[in-house]
Design a protein around this ligand. Sequence first.
Ligand SMILES: [Zn+2]
Length: 296
Amino acid sequence: MQKFILLGLIFTLSLYGIESYTVNIKTYQEGENHFIITRSFSDKGHLFYLSTNTQSLQTHIIPAHTIIPKALGAHFQTTLFSKLLRDATALHVKGGTPHARTQKPKAVFLTMDMCPSHKLGYERDFITYLTTLNGKTPIAIAITSAWIEHHPQAFEELRSHPLLDITWVNHTHTHFYDKTLPNHKNFMLHPDTDVAREILELEKTLIEKGMTPSVFFRFPGLIADETLMNALREIYFLIPLGADAWIAKHENVREGSFILIHGNKNEPEGITLLEQMLPQLLKRYTFKSIEEAFVP
Ligand SMILES: [Zn+2]
């Protein structure tokens, strides 16, 4: 009997998933590498941190007991991450950095948004075509909890795709949008937006599903203001990504472009156009991971 109660208790605990997911800013060093901790959470009674290498921008989830964290000091301001964060949040007009900050010959960067959608599945045929032509492909997927929740199978297929090398970009929890509202009251500029919830709940969803959120954020609709940019810089430590080659808007791809398509079937014209231009595009350019747009 006791055994059953114990098993029941363990099962109940694991159902709760991660708890106390919160902003927690600290720093630590490992050899020459400086890290910033930005979040903490507990999972089945153990404390974990989400940390970012301030030079490579790679994120990791680490058990808290494996490091000795310190308060964030002035040193952080000298790191590459800090500089990129200041630059990317300086202007809110295009919703973030629209183009590579590094000069890498022939590099372009593919970003795919997964806003909430009533359409079933995802742009599977496009992904199959892309990976058949290009082999393993780095892609930044801007994901929402709302899409994941309503497309569990499609999400599972996407995240375990053997030919995609995915950087998970935070595209918010609910991605509020009302087509009757003007931009300055829409998306995250809607007065009822709970910014902390929008940002943290998506990260929590990803971690519960076994993925590590990156340092990148994409504003729904690419719509932001100065207050939101300040929050990304001062509170959440996330680099906002714009796009200068939104394919459905017929924006041209050039070296260093952040290409934007929608993988949720809400913007088929962008998918069709990119499919048509892909053979020529791949003769001139190479898809690189979004981190490489920022790290020399
Ligand atoms: Zn979106």
